[in-house]
Design a protein around this ligand. Structure first.
Ligand code: NI
Length: 159
């Protein structure tokens, strides 16, 4: 495994649409393993393909405090949304900044695993927010595009 370089700020790759994964091969597994290592190394709760410069529909996530609930999503699709939550988001590709975004409170996601098998996931609160944020990355959408009305990006004190 290796830590990959995270694309930041105005890197144009962050604005491109990622392609479906069709080949479940060693190259894909290496990408997923590297994304996992990169996410944990960076202290993020999620990371999407374009953030490491790869336009494939892949996401890794772990929203748990103990950092022991790793999931990887290949070709993820949101199939259900319920409710609403308003909270603060950040992104490894927008270092040092945060902003307030309203998202669904519950989402269900279907995605393939490494064997190509479709699996179902449900997320509430932070996990739902993270599913939405990461899947947006696959379509070139950043959370700063979705700030609540009247909100701006802000820099945390001490950062
Ligand atoms: Ni992000």
């Amino acid at each position: 495994m290796a830590i990959r370089n995270i694309r930041v700020d105005d890197d144009p790759i962050l604005r491109k649409k990622s392609r479906e994964v069709t080949e479940f091969n060693d190259r894909l597994f290496e990408l997923l393993d590297d994304m996992k290592e990169t996410m944990y190394h960076s202290g993020g709760v999620g990371l999407a393909g374009p953030q490491v410069g790869v336009l494939k529909r892949v996401v890794v996530m772990d929203v748990s405090e103990d950092r022991n609930e790793f999931i990887e999503l290949i070709n993820p699709v949101i199939t259900y949304e319920e409710g609403e939550q308003t909270g603060i988001e950040g992104c490894l590709s927008i270092p040092g900044l945060h902003g307030t975004v309203t998202r669904p409170n519950i989402v269900k996601v279907k995605a393939q695993n490494r064997d190509g098998k479709w699996c179902l996931y449900k997320g509430e609160e932070l996990k739902a927010r993270c599913f939405c944020h990461e899947i947006d990355h696959l379509d070139g959408i950043l959370y700063k595009d979705k700030l609540d009305e009247g909100e701006q990006l802000y820099r945390n004190d001490g950062e």
